[in-house]
Write a protein of this length. Structure first.
Length: 158
C-alpha cells in the first residue's frame, strides 16, 4: 500500500479581527481616561507666573472652581461680569454660597473631613485679586468651612 505524503502547509492567520479589537480598546481607554484638562474651562484664561508648577502629588479630595468671563468663540469677553462656572451653570459671586454649601455638604455626607479637601481656584487673569479673596472668604464661612486652597496659573517661559 502506497501512502501519499502531502506537504503540510502553515495555516494563514487573519489578523484583521485582532487589529480591530486593539483599536477598539485604544478608543475605549481614551474615552474613559481622566484628563487633567477636563476640569479646565475655555472661559478662563489663567494668569502666567514664573513660580507656577503642577502639584507633585495628585490631590485626593479636591474640587475645582472656574472663575472667569463669558467669551465668544474668538475668546473675546462679551460680558464684563465675572462668573463662577459650575459645569454649564454660571453664578455671580454674590449667589455662590449656595453652591459652595452644597459642595461642603457632599464631602460631609461621604465622611471626608473638610480640612482634607482642597478647593482649586482657576481664576481668569482678568478677575481682580480682591474678588478671588472674597471667594476664599466665602468658602471659609460658617456652613461651608473649607480650609485648603490652591490657585492655578500657567507657567511662564523663562
Amino acid at each position: 500500500m502506497k501512502i501519499d505524503s502531502n506537504e503540510s502547509s502553515v495555516p494563514d492567520v487573519d489578523m484583521t479581527p485582532m487589529i480591530d479589537i486593539v483599536f477598539q480598546l485604544i478608543a475605549f481607554f481614551m474615552v474613559i481616561t481622566n484628563f487633567e484638562q477636563q476640569q479646565a474651562d475655555e472661559r478662563v484664561t489663567l494668569p502666567k507666573d514664573q513660580l507656577a508648577k503642577p502639584p507633585e502629588v495628585k490631590r485626593e479630595n479636591s474640587f475645582t472652581i472656574n472663575y472667569g468671563f463669558e467669551k465668544n468663540k474668538d475668546g473675546e469677553i462679551t460680558d464684563p461680569t465675572p462668573y463662577l462656572f459650575f459645569g454649564d451653570e454660571k453664578v455671580e459671586i454674590e449667589n455662590a454660597a449656595v453652591k459652595l454649601r452644597q459642595e461642603s455638604q457632599f464631602y460631609a455626607t461621604i465622611g471626608t473631613d473638610l480640612a482634607d479637601v482642597t478647593v482649586e481656584i482657576r481664576a481668569d487673569s482678568g478677575v481682580s485679586s480682591g474678588l478671588v479673596q472674597k471667594l476664599i472668604q466665602m468658602c471659609q464661612e460658617e456652613g461651608i468651612e473649607f480650609q485648603r486652597f490652591a490657585l492655578k496659573a500657567t507657567q511662564k517661559a523663562q
